[in-house]
Design a protein around this ligand. Structure first.
Ligand SMILES: [Zn+2]
Ligand SMILES: [Zn+2]
Length: 254
């Protein structure tokens, strides 16, 4: 554990030293860029940003403007609306965005938070503007110790820095570890995360009667963000919106 942390700290320091010597590189390829933490023009073109038209509730991208009717709701939100008010994502979760998201989540590329946050702030400008407090989806304590950082908390902190809004990184916690949701269908995901989150009692005063912006890296079925939203609303939050770096384009196809 200590050895791994030491090696990783060394790797980070070595990378920082290299970054000083070499011109900054594109986030997802070797092309030089003017400013660190940016895409080169080719990768920027390849990135699939989620833009309007999209479902007003869950943010799933629509193929054309008329889709979703006057309320701009996807069939899933019409039939079984999520507990949050609005969800927005910067990018589609695809091969290109995974080049940023996987190293960010699993391989210590914590500096990617500073690159993703401005894209999220743009996609969720209205949500961020109306938010009174920013709260990240938590990791379980055991996973946090193993990974040493919570990627959602890094995004929440970066968004707080951009917007000047307060962040409460430890408002929520996981009551028990959950198995990875990756291979599960929507119903199994919802069952797995039910009751897995709770509000830290000392943070009630920061949440009650506030409009909360819940932040995570990836939105898939919405089970995790849904479970966190229910906890925040039960704690008296005035409302909850969700902002993520990337979302699976259509969770109904999962
Ligand atoms: Zn590139
Ligand atoms: Zn929807």
């Amino acid at each position: 554990m200590a050895m791994r942390a030491t090696l990783s700290a060394f790797a980070t320091a070595a990378r920082a030293a290299l970054d000083l010597l070499l011109p900054p590189q594109c986030l997802t390829c070797d092309a030089p860029v003017d400013v660190p933490g940016r895409f080169c023009p080719d990768c920027f073109r390849r990135a699939s940003f989620v833009t309007e038209p999209c479902c007003s509730r869950c943010g799933v991208p629509f193929a054309h403007a008329g889709e979703g009717g006057r309320e701009r709701l996807c069939p899933a939100c019409r039939g079984n609306p999520p507990p949050w008010g609005r969800a927005r994502a910067a990018l589609r979760y695809d091969a290109q965005s995974r080049l940023v998201l996987l190293p960010f989540k699993y391989h210590d590329r914590t500096e990617y938070a500073a690159a993703l946050a401005p894209l999220m702030a743009r996609a969720g400008a209205v949500l961020l503007h109306e938010a009174e407090v920013i709260v990240p989806v938590p990791l379980h304590r055991r996973r946090l110790i193993a990974r040493r950082y919570n990627q959602a908390a890094l995004l929440a902190q970066a968004l707080a820095g951009l917007s000047g809004k307060p962040v409460v990184p430890d408002a929520l916690y996981r009551t028990r570890p959950t198995v990875p949701l990756a291979e599960m269908g929507a119903a199994a995901r919802a069952e797995t995360v039910a009751g897995a989150f709770a509000l830290r009692p000392g943070r009630l005063g920061r949440i009650a009667e506030r409009h909360v912006l819940l932040v995570d890296d990836v939105l898939t079925s919405g089970a995790t963000c849904g479970a966190c939203t229910r906890v925040l609303l039960a704690a008296g939050a005035a409302g909850v919106d969700v902002l993520v770096a990337a979302r699976v384009p259509d969770p109904r196809l999962q």
